[in-house]
Design a protein around this ligand. Sequence first.
Ligand code: ADP
Ligand code: MG
Length: 395
Amino acid sequence: MIKTIKDFDLNNKRVIIRCDFNVPIKDGKIMDDNRIIESLSTIKYAIDNNAKVILLSHLGKVKTEEDKKSNSLKPVSERLSELLGISVKFIGETRGSVLEDSINKMRNKDVILVENTRFEDVPDKKESENSEELGRYWAGLADIFIDDAFGTAHRQHASNVGIASYIPSGVGFLIEKEIHALGAVLDNPEKPYVVIMGGAKMNDKIKVIDNLAEKADYLLLAGGIANTFLKAQGVDIKKSVYDEESIEHVKELLAKYKDKIVLPLDGYGSESYEDALEVFYEDNINDIKNDIMILDIGPKTIELFRKYIDKSKTIFWNGPVGVSEFNNFAYGTKEMCRLLKESAAKVVVGGGDSAAAAISFGYKNDFYHISTGGGASLKYIEGDTLPAIKVLESK
Ligand code: ADP
Ligand code: MG
């Protein structure tokens, strides 16, 4: 049984909480603080229970010294201070005497935020490759470890799996909610079970289709994923994005799962990847007339997808079906939101961009669950045990 934060006596204890503060920051300003807000319940619980709270998170990708400049967590400490109504002390390093002294001086209910864990990736990927030395070092700073970063649960990093290997550990409220919701719907999905997959992370997603096709009754494909399938079928997709590397694999998938895979019939596009003034409608995706990129699905495809959605009992949706951040190509994704809201099926949305799209189009409360973890939720529905969760099973 995985322990949750409620199973620990936190009084007077140094507690590391691994949060997901991977928020968009532009010129030092936080553009969307949703993830910070979501993390508050676990942090507040630790404060209310007299812990000394040490927060860890990654932010963006840090590969060079230069990357550090734009990826500091300092703005997050300021926003957190406002939201919590207390001063959250920011430590501008990931190890060393300043950090250690600050922790030694903490009083109960104090909160500190440590600099971006991925600063440890320069030069030798200590965080991302789960260096034992780093995991042990961080674990040595605390009595208890609480993991509340679902978005990185599919990764084996020093700041999740590493620390959890060495001290008593459990999950926070966010991860608890995720595993509960995903498990309730997707461990034994009620059939018919439909997976809708779109977006642009083609290589990663196409790799999981074998697994999904074994579990799901139908796979409705769109976005760059569908383009790759169309290309593999010999369709001239003109300038549309697709993944060349996956073509041979996709041919096998098409042969093996031809009764399960459903591809778009029509689409909208433009000559380049922008919110172009001129939008072309192609009424037959197998015969694209203009020299364009397909950037959205059209009404015939919506109608086709609706037939599957209407008869399904469980739906997992990952990846926008078009370039939904552009008004001209948001039609398909908005229509999908509407159909899924009306559907009687249990709908789970997982995927950073698809979740953000559904929320920005006003559907935050209209589905059974919107997962905060794109890659993690995909791994979960594939049937994989997530490493950051697995390590907690034996704690
Ligand atoms: P998620 O984060 O939901 O898993 P991805 O990261 O795989 O989704 O992909 C999201 C991106 O896919 C969005 O930026 C969207 O604009 C893009 N996208 C969707 N459809 C297309 C398309 N037909 N051509 C190019 N990009 C697309
Ligand atoms: Mg994404």
